[in-house]
Design a protein around this ligand. Sequence first.
Ligand code: PFF
Length: 527
Amino acid sequence: MSSSASSPAPRARDSWSGQTGFLLAAIGSAIGLGNIWRFPGVAYSNGGGAFLVPYLVALVFVGIPMLWLDYAVGHKFRGSPPWALRKVIGGGEFIGWFQTFVCFVIMVYYGAVLAWGVQYTIYSVNAAWGEDPTSFFTDTFLQVVPSDTFSWSPAWAVMIPLALVWVLVLLVIGRGLSKGVEAANKIFLPLLVVLFLVLVVRALFLPGATEGLNAFFTPTWSSLADPQVWLAAFAQIFYSLSVGFGIMLTYASYLKPKSNLTGTALVAGFANSSFEILAGIGVFGAVGFMAHQQGVAVADVEGLTGPILSFVTFPKIISMMPGGPLFGVLFFSSLVLAGVTSLLSLLQVVSGGLQDKFGWSASRSALVLGVPATVISLALFGTRSGLNNLDIVDNFINSIGVVSSAILFAVLCAVAGPKLSGLRAHLNSVSSVKVPKLWEPLVGVVIPVVLFVMMAMSVVNLVNDGYRSYKLSFVLIFGWGSVLVAVIAALILTFIPWRHRPLDPHATVAQILAEDVRSAQTEGGDK
Ligand code: PFF
């Protein structure tokens, strides 16, 4: 696994043009579909206003500390997860690739939800879903087959926008970090904020909006005694902040040596949560309007979680309100913009990993990862089984893939290499806000234990009860299978020898040459 003198000349890695570019991209990654379609429903069904307590505890004691860990490792070792983690400890590369393939699995279905958003932006113009948005979504649009059948037959209304989404994001990734990802975030994120603010303000002026907000914010304090509510809060923070599975680590690896890490993490963390709460306000303002129109209580409105909230309940609301088409376009294009910037971050993990290991250019990496990703994405999620496949893969890769990768990552950093004290010293040497000593036991012990309990509970449930009413074979293939695929792909990539060594983005030619000579002399000494 050593690099050799005959390998391609090392090329300095790309870097953010400045701290702002990085901050926008980090916020763009965190603000995603999870903020708009996941948070409002999760908060509402887990105690309403009271959910904010476990949620903020999770943000401060889990989200931010893990974000600091991601930033510290990425920035100190200047590489995407496989490179950075092999510098933490020899065998760490495997965990780095595991994180990378978890991102790969997520991106192939995440792109599909974006494609739904693209299509629904168009449908909004004339409320194409007609009188019955529920059957329009499942029967007309997704043409979904019963959950015990499998179909390769294309659902064209998904397949076509999905192919377009892939072309677009691969073109961006192929342009490289600063010209592609950074430039895209600089346009998409401000646009998202503006569109979404207009949407929220409009929602607040709808009749009944206050009832919606009351339903959303009224605390059910007894829910604080329910461990499930706490687990939901931890899971939401993880999902929403994109921590612990390589994304933030990768982004931080492209920062310049003198960068304020901890302060930026705080800004990114709080910006993401603020957007999440804003989404709750917008969504429940609109839901309140719907309840008002129907003359029912908000509690009696159905379909307030997951895809149904965005793709069935929202269309109903859009059809009912004056100026609905414009509201619809705002809502679905916000969903698309929020999702694109997150999808780009998932892609950058994989692209960056390939660039670091093989010395490929951004465009070549985009091609190598883009072809299989597009094919898998179209075949599994652009077809009539798409919704079922997506539901299973999403559940397993999040409750097992993402969580196990975060546990392994945190434990690895605690026991090996520079240890957490070294990483804390690194953070403190460059940052404005100083990391307290308490961070070390928190990240090394408390967080892995909490995550382990969370994962063990999911695994026990899944083993005992399966997942929803899906057939065991589907759960094995798409659920456990997607985690297994990430493990196998990670093993293969770990055993392929390094062809390249990622260098400091600001290495001079002399440093690059010296590094090359050094690596040629020390067989196996890539550390
Ligand atoms: N944080 C983003 C979101 O909330 O949608 C991106 C993301 C995180 C996507 C985790 C997928 C995922 F599993």
